[in-house]
Ligand binder design. Structure first.
Ligand code: HSE
Length: 417
């Protein structure tokens, strides 16, 4: 008998319950052992639903049942979820979670604790939702020296950027639409400021490079400053703007961040639209591998949780995988690597015509292509894509430019390279 408990019956937890209820017979046959959902811990009343027969508000009901061998932690936030995961592991139960906050904050400790208790702590659903990415990094690509990961890891921000570009929307209107469709949280800061994506890239990078990377050490910038004009002008220059959670090995360590980036339109990530997520992994033997799919939502994320449950049922007890290691990675935070930049200017004086705008910009930035006036409502706006320059130099150049001529510099965004 292999009984499973779910702690937290919200969006993902209820999806896991649905699949377990539907598939318990299939799982029992496949693994030659009775597999069943035993308990759902949640303080809400699910009277009249399929969850009611399993529900309890008391987590001790799980710890009192010796046949419960696996606990799914789908409670949000860090505190209670962490305490329950820890308690379950210490009681000799496997833990599977979709909670990226817990994995990003305590992954290393919980993997170690699982190892000490001869059980597994698995977290495929914590990054990329339904996309299989953690197990491929841990197993399928493990022979490679992975040297770069670039991902669109937040569906809400990708939806907002897609809407802004396709429907000429402001950031605020596109965010409201995302909230109406249930993609963004009521407090959307975790999505739009990059805090969700930074945890996910820290988790993936830790696995890929086999060194601990804390999300707290990574630079993180969201999409609040991106305007429709940025998307339009970047498009004219042959680029898409995406919120990229990326990391790569440089000579000085690992450079990792979350920030909006310009991607050439033929880059595989540039074509990822709406709420979809994608992860591009560069390996020494495989070259580029792209993982694409639904990065959020009830059933895609529940599917990833079930993948972990099935791995445990398959009695793959190699507890060294997935291996959150305790050796700290050396991060490259020098900020002196050179990139090309997209720079947007807003001329305050309406009488400056297009030819003059181009002359003024070229006088300071050199002979770059200048893209002007993204729409009839946005006259006096121009943008360039610079040559390779480091962040301090571009920032100095912009400051000098802004004080020398009557122009506001709206935004500058790195071009992916
Ligand atoms: N808010 C997240 C997103 C949900 O939009 O991608 C999945 O972590």
């Amino acid at each position: 008998m292999f009984k499973i408990a779910i702690m937290g019956c919200g969006v993902v937890g209820s999806g896991v319950a649905d699949i377990l209820i539907q598939k318990s017979e299939f799982l029992s046959e496949k693994f030659n052992e009775k597999v069943e959902l035993a308990k759902i811990v949640d303080i809400r009343d699910f009277k009249g639903t399929a969850y009611a027969p399993y529900t309890t508000a008391d987590s001790e009901d799980v710890f009192r049942d010796d046949d419960i061998k696996l606990v799914v932690v789908t409670i949000g936030g860090c505190t209670i979820a962490y305490d329950l995961a820890k308690k379950a592991l210490m009681s000799g139960r496997h833990v599977v979670t979709s909670n990226k906050e817990v994995v990003a904050e305590y992954g290393c400790e919980l993997v170690k604790l699982a190892f000490e208790n001869n059980v597994r702590f698995l977290y495929e659903a914590s990054a990329g939702g339904g996309i299989p990415i953690i197990r491929p990094l841990n197993i399928c690509l493990a022979a490679n020296d992975v040297y770069e990961i670039q991902g669109i890891l937040n569906g809400t921000t990708n939806y907002i950027l897609t809407k802004m570009k396709n429907d000429r929307m402001t950031f605020e209107d596109a965010l409201a639409k995302a909230q109406k469709n249930g993609y963004a949280e009521a407090n959307p800061s975790a999505d739009v400021d990059g805090f969700d994506a930074v945890r996910k890239i820290a988790i993936l990078s830790t696995i890929a490079y086999d060194e601990e990377i804390s999300y707290k050490d990574l630079s993180c910038k969201g999409i609040r400053d991106i305007s429709y004009e940025d998307l339009e002008l970047a498009g004219r220059a042959g680029f898409a703007i995406k919120l990229i959670a990326g990391s790569k090995k440089t000579e000085k360590g690992i450079e990792a961040s979350v920030e909006p980036l310009l991607l050439p339109k033929d880059n595989m990530l540039a074509g990822v639209s709406g709420v979809f997520n994608a992860v591009l992994v560069k390996g020494s033997y495989t070259g580029d591998s792209m993982f694409y799919g639904q990065g959020a939502g009830k059933m895609p994320t529940a599917s990833a949780v079930l993948g972990d449950i099935i791995e445990i049922l398959g009695k793959n007890t190699d507890s060294t995988l997935p291996k959150f290691v305790s050796q700290k990675a050396k991060l490259d935070k020098s900020n002196d690597n050179k990139y090309r930049y997209f720079v947007r200017f807003h001329f305050c004086d309406d009488s400056v015509d297009e030819t003059e705008m181009i002359e003024i910009i070229k006088a300071i930035f050199g002979n770059e292509s200048v893209y002007c006036n993204p729409s009839e409502q946005a006259i006096g706006i121009a943008a360039i894509v610079t040559g390779y320059i480091n962040e301090q130099e571009i920032s100095k150049k912009i400051d000098a430019f802004s004080s020398a001529v009557k122009v506001k510099t709206g935004n500058y965004i790195k071009v992916y390279s």
